[in-house]
Write a new protein. Structure first.
Lengths: 334, 275
């Protein structure tokens, strides 16, 4: 330690701006919001870096969302994500800027790329942070859950940059202000040879439960597989997505992308309706931060009721068809 | 060539469903749960076994942990790994993911040449998912994470499907390389009883820090070499809500639920709409 800091004072909160195949990941705007708070505490700047192709419009968006300086590494060979190639292009910039902190989204890409960069720089990285703070001395206070959310750890890093990946949908996005000004600096791609041959590139399967606004979720309390239509019908009436606890996925009743929980997806919808879900720690981990939770379960002692705003102790078959009907009558489709 | 030389990284973790924590310090009560193989690493091992069934080769299971982690490596041998190496030493204690990766990389280098390193997506205790990528970076090798399936393997390359959230790729990498696999890649087999019994007598290679001296600077290991430090641990507070129970006939309950949903989505406080 020490020696690294003596070279030159680390400065700036750098945000990796995830832009793959034409779209900016919303977690980027959430990190920009937090980065502004952190930067203000140490009178520093918010810097952003993008790697990809066709970045100019997105770079302006980053400025509108609070970036003081945007570094854009724009090259056709960087259209598809490539872990080693992205690392090779980012590390020289990090060495040059020597930021105080470098933040990435805890998305698949951030969780793959962040550790690659941290290891090459010999610096620390904390995964999946749910909160961040900055001390006046410039120490990044990183908060993250571990052991399936059983414990919450507070972590600091003694090397620079202090790196962390930040969980999606936990922090408030930066507000957009089109009158904001900032510098956009183009950088040449230092490396353009992919580390692997891309045979095919496609959109992921479509269902992205982690960004759904409304989820109607189902668990073991569903008596028969054909009763899944009750859940689908309610989700359809609300314009929501069907979620599931792990057992139904393990039994092959429903596909993995619907799974909510520690080993599935962490969700934070506006409305979560848990149907026949007992509420194992592994499931609660994935949904307890939903804004409004309704639990329906015929077992009055089910753990799910402890995290729910509203509980109904009733058979799914009795109440779900009536609820779907009532929702349709009022045209509440989101 | 006699098939790929594969190294599978395996972590010994406490049973996540049973483990208890000291309410004061937040530390794990070691007596509350036995060590078992990290479930994600069993998928990694299974992926390696399936490659070996087709092409031959040799599978080495590599772990860093306390001496008791040996049981997890015996389990790997029972399932079909050819060799097992445990990195264990007081000097490794308190390692964060980077210090862990440095020790693992030293262990990998000590085994000599290899073609493929397979890691599980993450561990169920630390849940960082960082070690696979840090190992790849320290080895200076290409890697892919979130590998959902292995499409093809030959003597000098591997083709995988990996899911990076918004995009899904089929990518072909030349050996040597590193992959981190999800649970979708292959469901682990159970060890046969005879193999489990035989594995009790199998030789586990034990390496301490001094055995790795040629491959890693001791000062970069353990607590001393870890750039991140846990300042504070607290038991996760279970978020409790008022959980008002609705009563009445199904029709009444359905109506009241619809009222609540209507109020919440259209009349209640909503999150700011952004972007």
């Amino acid at each position: 330690m020490g020696g690294r800091g003596l070279k030159r004072q680390s400065d700036g909160i750098l945000v990796f701006s995830e832009f793959i195949s034409g779209s900016l990941h919303p977690v980027t705007l959430e990190i920009l919001g937090k980065a502004r708070d952190l930067a203000d505490k140490v009178s520093s700047d918010v810097l952003a870096v993008m790697v990809g192709s066709g970045l100019s419009e997105a770079a302006r968006e980053l400025v509108f969302h609070g970036a003081d300086v945007v570094y854009s590494i724009d090259h056709p060979s960087l259209t598809d994500f490539d872990p080693l190639l992205f690392q090779q292009n980012l590390v020289p910039l990090l060495r040059e800027l020597n930021p105080l902190t470098f933040l990435l989204g805890a998305t698949q890409i951030g969780r793959c790329l962040g550790p690659r960069i941290a290891a090459q720089l010999g610096t620390g990285i904390t995964a999946d942070c749910t909160d961040l703070d900055m001390t006046p001395e410039g120490n990044l206070v990183q908060v993250r859950p571990a052991f399936a959310g059983n414990i919450i750890a507070t972590i600091i890093t003694r090397t620079r940059p202090q790196m962390a990946t930040v969980r999606y949908r936990v922090m408030k996005p930066a507000s957009r202000d089109q009158s904001r000004e900032g510098r956009i600096i183009a950088r040449d791609a230092a490396f353009t040879t992919p580390s692997a041959k891309v045979i095919t590139s496609s959109r992921s399967t479509g269902i992205d439960i982690s960004s759904a606004d409304i989820i109607v979720s189902v668990g073991r309390g569903l008596p028969r597989r054909e009763d899944l239509r009750l859940i689908e019908d309610l989700a359809d009436a609300l314009g929501g997505i069907v979620g599931s606890s792990r057992p139904l996925v393990d039994d092959g009743w429903i596909s993995k992308e619907h799974q909510v929980g520690f080993s599935g997806n962490v969700v934070k919808p506006r409305l979560y309706i848990a149907c026949g879900i007992s509420g194992s720690p592994q499931h609660l981990f994935g949904m307890k931060d939903s804004e409004y939770i309704i639990a329906i379960n015929k077992d009055p002692s089910a753990a799910i009721f402890r995290v729910a705003d509203v509980g109904v102790t009733m058979d799914l078959n009795e109440v779900l068809p009536l609820l779907a009907l009532e929702i349709r009558k009022r045209n509440l489709s989101h | 060539m006699a098939g790929p030389r594969i190294i599978v990284l395996i972590k010994a973790v406490p049973d996540i469903e049973r483990v208890k924590f000291d309410q004061e310090t937040g530390r794990i009560d070691r007596s509350s749960a036995q060590l078992e193989p990290n479930p994600f690493d069993l998928n990694a091992l299974e992926a390696a076994l399936r490659i070996k069934e087709r092409l031959g080769g040799i599978i080495t299971a590599l772990s860093m942990g306390p001496p008791q982690a040996e049981t997890v490596l015996r389990d790997a041998i029972a399932r079909g790994a050819d060799k097992a190496i445990l990195l264990t030493d007081e000097a490794f204690a308190g390692s964060d993911t980077l210090a862990t990766s440095r020790a693992l990389v030293a262990g990998i280098r000590k085994t000599g040449e290899f073609d493929l390193v397979i890691a599980g997506e993450k561990s169920v205790d630390g849940d960082t998912g960082q070690v696979g990528s840090e190992v790849a970076s320290l080895l200076g090798l290409p890697s892919d994470s979130y590998v959902d399936s292995i499409e093809d393997v030959t003597d000098n390359r591997i083709t995988v499907t990996c899911d990076y959230g918004t995009r899904r790729y089929v990518r072909e990498s030349t050996f040597p390389c590193v992959i981190s696999v999800t649970k979708n890649v292959a469901s682990p087999r159970l060890p046969k009883l005879a193999d489990a019994l035989r594995s009790r007598k199998a030789k586990i290679e034990i390496n301490g820090a001094s055995d790795l001296g040629e491959f890693v600077d001791r000062k970069t290991l353990g607590t001393l070499g870890s750039p991140t430090h846990v300042m504070k641990i607290r038991i996760g507070s279970e978020s409790r809500r008022d959980s008002r129970r609705l009563a009445g006939s199904p029709t009444e309950v359905a109506k009241e639920l619809a009222d609540l949903i209507e109020y919440w989505l259209h009349g209640g406080k909503g999150i700011e709409k952004t972007v």
